[in-house]
Structures are given as structure tokens and as C-alpha cells.
Design a protein around this ligand. Structure first.
Ligand SMILES: O=C1O[C@H](COP(=O)(O)O)[C@@H](O)[C@H](O)[C@H]1O
Length: 327
């Protein structure tokens, strides 16, 4: 069996459009250039409301959040946008840049999607110039977490991503790694981990020399109002899993109850993490995440997002950061 056929059967690679478009320009040409970066405790750069295309926005948050060390905090950036439209444009630029860099370096771009509101924020990727410029044929797409429901179910993160992004861009179907929705949560998690192992063996997915876990190029996370990321919920024992790459829960406090999820060691081993958080309903959790008063006993899952290497970038809007006093 060829490697790609094995991957397809193990990972239940799903169908999507497979037509390829030629790249008219390298993705790196749409690279973002920092507009400003100020070294205060918590600095935000904002977009101009009049700007038709969002200027790149990079700021540095040096709060010692996420239970992290000073070094980890230094690799944490907080971007605040005046409007969700600008956030979406900047996120597309950021992803096109990372894709270009990964393809130039390794010949592949490995990215994991979450569900929820994140997917709408990815819509600019389906438009010019990203649609033509990104080397979609090099993308390998995973799910940070998935609900154990059929792929055509309204609760499926796969369906959400397929409808909002994946059906509109020419990523080969064999490189879209959906979970096997015919298995139990435990079986689906095991099989997804096996899929990742195979892709590591095939050289598609890198391994972190620091952690020994797979090192995806980009992990796209959303955050719930309770501070959960992926399907890692506050107070659930799964947040402490430190051996498995992929695990499962059957008692999610947010429906549906059965889910599989990347574990923190896998999330935190990625080269880049984007945390996309919008809306006033998330302001409390954002405030806690950037608070200096942290104790390791009551960390929200979002505070446990802390890479050993790599950069964590928060993409936020004003309502989401409205409880941060220094903004
Ligand atoms: O249940 C989930 O929720 C989170 C957050 O979703 P949001 O709609 O509040 O952005 C999401 O990141 C996760 O993938 C999903 O399964």
C-alpha cells in the first residue's frame, strides 16, 4: 500500500475539492510586516478603521500568563482589532505567511483547525489574493478537536470547516484528515493518534526536538467563554493528560458530550499557535489569562496554552479585551 493510501484509510481522509490552481505568486509575498511593537506590559496595536485592508498588527503582551516562564511570555503576542473584518484579513495574511515559510522549508504546511467561531474568521483565505497565492496542494489539515458525530451532522467541526473553508480551496482530499466517525470516541482518538504517527513516519509531520511530540506548523484555537480550548474543559482531568497525543471525553459540559481532542503536550509543541477570540462574552477569560495573579491550581485551559518553543498570537477584538485595564 502506498503511504498516501495508508494515510487515507487510517485517518479516514475526507472528500473535498481536489482541483489544483497554480500559484501566481509565492505565499510569502503576502507576508505581514509589523506596524509597531511596543514593549509595555500589555500593548495593543490597532487597525485604522479607514484602512480598506487591515495593516499587519503585532503587539507584545508580556504578562506572565499561561502559567508560563518569562521566555514563554516573551513569545506571546496580543493583537486587537477594531473590527472582526480586520481580524479576518490579518489572520489570512498570517496563515499565508506561515504556509509560505513552511512550504519553503519542508515542502508541506501542517495546520490543525478548531471548530466554533474560528471558522468564520478564516473566510478571507477563500478570496483573492490568498486563494491564488497560497500553495494549497501542500496543506495537510487536522482537527484540534472534533465532536464524535457523523460528518454531515450540524455539530461536526469537520462539516463546519468543509462548508466554510475546505470546500472552497484546492487542498487534496487525501490531505484532509477527518476523524473516523464510525468508531467510539476512544477508538476515534486512538485512530487519529495512529494517523499522526504515520504522518510523522512519512515525514509530513515534524517532531519537536524539545518535547518529543508532533510539531505542527500551526494550531488554530478558539476559546469558549469558560476558558476552554479544543475540547479541554476547565476542571476536567483530560487537561492533565501528558502521555497521549490525542484523547477523548464522553462528558463534555458543552454539547455534544463525546469528543476527541489534541492534548496539551501536542497543542503546546506546535511551531505557532493562533488563539482567535472575539466578543464580550469571552472578556472574563481573557482578563484571567492576562492577569498577573495566577496560581497553578486554578488555571483555565486557555492559560495552559504555553509553547516550549514557537509563538502564541492572540487575535482579538475590542469587546474580548474590554476587561484588560491597560488597553
Ligand atoms: O466546542 C467548541 O468550542 C470552542 C470554542 O468555540 P467558539 O464558538 O466559542 O469560538 C472551539 O474552539 C472548539 O473547537 C469547539 O469544539
Amino acid at each position: 500500500m502506498s503511504a498516501s493510501a495508508a494515510v487515507s484509510s487510517t485517518c479516514a481522509a475526507a472528500s473535498s475539492t481536489t482541483s489544483r490552481r497554480s500559484s501566481s505568486s509565492p505565499a510569502s509575498r503576502v507576508q505581514a510586516t509589523p506596524r509597531r511593537s511596543l514593549p509595555s506590559r500589555l500593548v495593543a496595536s490597532r487597525t485604522s478603521p479607514r484602512s480598506p485592508v487591515v495593516p499587519p498588527v503585532y503587539a507584545t503582551a508580556s504578562a506572565g500568563g499561561a502559567g508560563g516562564t518569562t521566555a514563554a511570555a516573551a513569545r506571546k503576542k496580543l493583537l486587537i482589532f477594531d473590527a472582526e473584518e480586520y481580524l479576518a484579513e490579518s489572520l489570512a495574511k498570517y496563515m499565508a505567511r506561515l504556509s509560505g515559510e513552511a512550504v519553503a522549508e519542508r515542502g508541506a504546511f501542517t495546520v490543525a483547525l478548531s471548530g466554533g467561531s474560528l471558522i468564520k474568521a478564516l473566510r478571507k483565505l477563500t478570496e483573492s489574493p490568498y486563494l491564488e497565492a497560497v500553495e494549497w496542494s501542500k496543506w495537510h489539515v487536522f482537527w484540534v478537536d472534533e465532536r464524535v458525530v457523523p460528518k454531515d451532522h450540524a455539530d461536526s467541526n469537520y462539516k463546519l470547516a468543509m462548508d466554510g473553508l475546505l470546500s472552497k480551496v484546492p487542498i487534496p482530499a487525501s490531505q484532509i484528515y477527518a476523524i473516523n466517525d464510525t468508531l467510539s470516541a476512544e477508538g476515534a482518538a486512538d485512530e487519529y493518534e495512529t494517523c499522526l504517527k504515520q504522518l510523522v513516519n512519512d515525514g509530513v509531520v515534524a517532531i519537536s526536538e524539545v518535547t518529543g511530540f508532533p510539531k505542527l506548523d500551526l494550531m488554530l484555537l478558539g476559546m469558549g467563554p469558560d476558558g476552554h480550548v479544543a475540547s479541554l474543559f476547565p476542571g476536567h482531568p483530560i487537561v492533565n493528560e501528558n502521555l497521549k497525543w490525542v484523547s477523548y471525553i464522553k462528558d463534555s459540559p458543552k454539547p455534544p458530550p463525546e469528543r476527541i481532542t489534541f492534548t496539551f503536550p501536542l497543542v503546546n509543541s506546535s511551531a505557532h499557535i493562533a488563539l482567535v477570540v472575539t466578543g464580550a462574552g469571552k472578556a472574563g477569560a481573557v482578563h484571567k489569562a492576562f492577569s498577573d495573579k495566577q496560581s497553578s491550581s486554578d488555571l483555565l485551559p486557555v492559560e495552559m496554552v504555553s509553547q516550549q518553543e514557537g509563538v502564541l498570537t492572540w487575535f482579538t477584538d475590542k469587546p474580548a479585551v474590554s476587561m484588560l485595564s491597560s488597553i
